[in-house]
Design a protein around this ligand. Structure first.
Ligand code: NAD
Length: 324
């Protein structure tokens, strides 16, 4: 297995090295290729990701990614959006599971359509008017619905949309209902505003959510607050050939360079990588190592602790080594 490692910008450069150490222990036979992409490289060299970088990444099986800073007004397209498109990573899978210190008890997964919606970059901007085109196709909607319905042990699918106002969402709802019906998965549909309310009011009622790109993006951060921090929320971007694993959070410029970023989301993204790579036992060991570290109170400031990123790394590696 060949894995591209892309720390990116800001705290990506702090949490990905920790996840990389975990990955090296969990997959000793893997080959790792470091690729420097992102805004910090753009500022330094005038290029955020070169065609050669993309070829290097495409020669790998999957990617471990940190986060990229997207400064407004810069003339390059978002790296993560480019990678999702180039690698055809159509399903963004974001599990939200409570841990020992979570404020709420939740266990659900958001399947976010990853290839279209307002994030396709079809935009026109003049001095006084800006238009962003929202594209929803039946093909992409059915594809993400199929991915969600295949979630192991799925109980109920909640299709989240805004079909009372938007025709595009009528299509999304119809496509997802059709797939869930034909696959025999129990389903309901919910307006996105109602879903945002219910996620706070009764999050335990959700099992699997399927939604469009932007709604999934927004609801994910809300869901991360339910489990305690963005620093606890991993994700997988999966296609038919490649996969990319990344924390849900961004580059967090407000804490970058302070050595206090929470690396658990990046480490749990490694857990998802291991499951995808067919190493479920090692994935469980990584999960247990994270759980033990949290239970022993080795926590970064976002979780109420006063440990540094590197102290969490030491604790997690010690726990992992005792488990395998
Ligand atoms: P953010 O997710 O970077 O941070 C939001 C808040 O959560 C901040 O207060 C931050 O300190 C905190 N936080 C996030 N991750 C944390 C961690 N691991 N440990 C402790 N605290 C953590 O969102 P933002 O500040 O709105 O965005 C910053 C930059 O990241 C922007 O340029 C944005 O475009 C980019 N971004 C990139 C991605 C990506 O690359 N996939 C995703 C989201 C945002």
């Amino acid at each position: 297995m060949k894995i591209a490692v892309l720390p990116g910008d800001g705290i990506g450069k702090e949490v990905v090295p920790v996840a990389y150490e975990v990955l090296k222990v969990a997959m000793p036979g893997a080959e790792f290729i470091q690729v420097d992409v992102g805004n910090e490289r753009y500022v330094r060299e005038g290029v955020a990701m070169s065609p050669h970088d993309l070829e290097t990444i495409k020669a790998c099986d999957c990617v471990l990614f940190g986060a990229i800073t997207s400064p407004p007004g810069k003339p390059y397209r978002s790296i993560i959006l480019t990678l999702r498109k180039e690698l055809d990573l159509y399903a963004n899978i974001r599990p939200f599971r409570s841990c020992a210190i979570s404020p709420r008890k939740v266990d659900f997964t958001i399947y976010r359509e990853n290839s279209e919606d307002l994030y396709m970059g079809i935009e026109e901007i003049t001095k006084d008017e800006a238009r962003s085109v929202r594209v929803i196709t039946r093909k992409a909607s059915e594809r993400i619905a199929r991915a969600a319905c295949k979630k192991p042990g799925i109980g109920k699918l909640t299709i989240v949309h805004k079909a009372n106002v938007l025709k595009a969402d009528e299509l999304f709802k119809d496509a997802c209902s059709g797939v869930a019906g034909s696959m025999g998965v129990p389903y309901e549909d919910m307006l996105v505003d109602t879903a945002a309310y219910n996620l706070v009011r009764a999050p335990e009622k959700f099992d699997t959510i399927v939604t469009t790109n932007m709604f999934g993006d927004i609801l994910s951060d809300e869901a991360a607050a339910l489990i305690g921090s963005l620093g606890l929320s991993p994700s997988a971007n999966v296609g038919d050939k490649y996969a990319l694993f990344e924390p849900v959070h961004g580059s967090a410029p407000d804490i970058a360079g302070k050595g206090i970023a929470n690396p658990f989301a990046a480490i749990l993204s490694v857990r998802m990588l291991l499951d995808w790579a067919g190493k479920p036992e090692m994935a469980r060991a990584v999960q247990s190592a994270v759980d033990r570290t949290i239970e022993s109170g080795v926590l970064t400031p976002d979780l109420g602790g006063n440990y540094t990123t590197l102290q969490v790394q030491s604790a997690i590696l010690k726990n992992l080594e005792s488990l395998i």
